[in-house]
Design a protein around this ligand. Structure first.
Ligand code: GDP
Length: 446
């Protein structure tokens, strides 16, 4: 089951429960059983799912809840918290400090996206003012050094490796020493991955770790990994002191279960996730927004970050004010669409918007979605200032709609559809932004 389906099924189960006239033991059990089935078919380890169900039942004691309590809300909150708990091992990972050399070692199976992720991680920190460097200690896979070199060159990050030296430990130590002398403050060591867990791989990894004494070992895992995720992550953790996890390929057929299981197996937090092959398709992993997105509640903070990346600095305050102000007019929607068109992968941005689940823009249909947005903008181009700035939906009467359709050369049906879209979006924005100026909304949203 892909991640979007998992979220869809869980939110459907919650919705069913919410719709029930009376919340009794049976309704609660049906809801929890559906969530259990969804998690199991997403490859979350059985024990984890069982614990979650037990915990929720312990929190939601229907007999003890007085009549006045909002049972729905308490159950929703418990489910949300338990999902967050599964992804949060309770201790933060090491974070490198600027100006002080930190060594970060990457481990993972071949094909997990380890080498790509090393560069993404370096690039991310470089943009934030670190001075990263890459060391390729993978002497096992032919072409590994060339791949790292190519990525590093593209990102203008210094790199170290060898075509002739076959001892990975020697290369790792030399690379680290070289970059320490060059005052690099984030030295990233890429290690060999093999097709499967092999004793030789683990021994080599252990030796590299011992010789370089990393501040942080990051376990890179393919997000589409199935039931094997837990055992695999645990095997790595037993050989080297894994302190953080990065989940890759979350753009594809990623199963949520892999992420949940890797956290449980390594007792380490997920710190980033890879959402595509390109250097910038890399996101900081935050538990609450992730679970919010998973459940289709939208990731307000992530959306604002992305918008702010795409909008010139002098217009940012305006934009934030506009969204936070709660007056979501057609003009705001127009500007939002404009920002989205400037931002690349639409699906990513849309998935962060409250009420817009990933499946609203199915993979591979970004082009159509983009065309639809452009169509909507053409329609709005035929509106008057009064129409664009109004917050009164009744303003859009039949004659105005007819005029706009004629003016934009679109069908009446399309104008009406766009208005429906606007109303939905305005409503969702309102539900996520209850208080003006309060940016910390996700936790209140449940
Ligand atoms: P390694 O063998 O673990 O070092 O894996 P690579 O870094 O060579 O990556 C294997 C393949 O996965 C390459 O084709 C990458 O472009 C691709 N890849 C890595 N991360 C991501 C990601 O987040 N999303 C997608 N779609 N592809 C990725």
């Amino acid at each position: 089951m892909v991640l979007a389906d998992l979220g869809g099924r869980i939110s459907h189960a919650i919705q069913q429960m919410t719709n029930a006239t009376v919340i009794d033991e049976k309704v609660l059990n049906d809801c929890l059983n559906e969530i259990t089935r969804a998690l199991l078919s997403s490859d979350v380890q059985f024990q984890l799912v069982r614990d979650m169900q037990k915990n929720i039942k312990a929190i939601v004691n229907l007999d003890e809840l007085a009549a006045g309590h909002n049972k729905r809300r308490i159950i929703q909150q418990a489910i949300f918290n338990e999902l967050c708990k599964m992804l949060d091992p309770g201790k933060p990972s090491f974070t490198p400090k600027k100006g002080k050399p930190s060594i970060v070692m990457f481990v993972g199976l071949q094909g997990s996206g380890k080498t790509t992720t090393c560069t993404k991680y370096a690039h991310y920190h470089q943009k934030k003012g670190w001075k990263p460097a890459l060391v390729c200690s993978d002497t096992f896979r032919a072409g590994a050094f060339d791949q790292l070199k190519q990525n590093a060159t593209k990102a203008r990050i210094p790199f170290y490796g060898s075509y002739t030296e076959s001892d990975p430990v020697k290369i790792a130590v030399e690379g680290v020493e070289t970059f320490k002398k060059e005052y690099c403050d984030l030295i990233i060591v890429d290690t060999s991955g093999r097709h499967k867990q092999e004793a030789a791989l683990f021994e080599e990894m252990r030796q590299v770790s011992e010789a370089t004494n990393p501040d942080l070992v990051i376990f890179v895992m393919d997000g589409s990994m199935g039931q094997a995720a837990f055992d695999q992550a645990q095997a790595f953790k037993l050989s080297v002191p894994v302190g953080a996890v990065i989940i890759t390929k979350m753009d594809g057929h990623a199963k949520g279960g892999g992420a949940l299981s890797a956290v449980a197996a390594t007792k380490s937090p997920v710190i980033f996730m890879g959402t595509g092959e390109h250097m910038d398709e890399f996101e900081v992993f935050d538990v609450k927004p992730f679970v919010s997105r998973l459940l289709g509640m939208g990731d307000w903070t992530g959306l604002m970050d992305k918008l702010q990346d795409a909008v010139p600095e002098d217009q940012q305050t305006d934009l934030v004010e506009k969204f936070m102000g709660g007056n979501f007019t057609l003009r705001t929607m127009y500007e939002l669409y404009q920002s989205i068109l400037n931002m690349g992968p639409l699906s990513q941005v849309f998935s962060m918007m409250p009420g817009y689940r990933e499946q609203m823009i199915p993979k591979g249909q970004e082009k159509e979605s983009q065309a639809k947005i452009k169509r909507c903008m053409t329609i709005m181009d035929s509106m008057t200032n009064q129409e664009l700035d109004s917050t009164n939906p009744k303003l859009m009467n039949e004659s105005r709609i007819l005029r706009i359709a004629r003016g934009s050369g679109r069908q009446v049906k399309e104008v009406m559809e766009m208005m429906e879209e606007y109303k939905k979006l305005a409503k969702n924005m309102k539900s996520v932004i209850p208080n003006k100026g309060n940016k910390n909304l996700l936790s209140q949203n449940m």
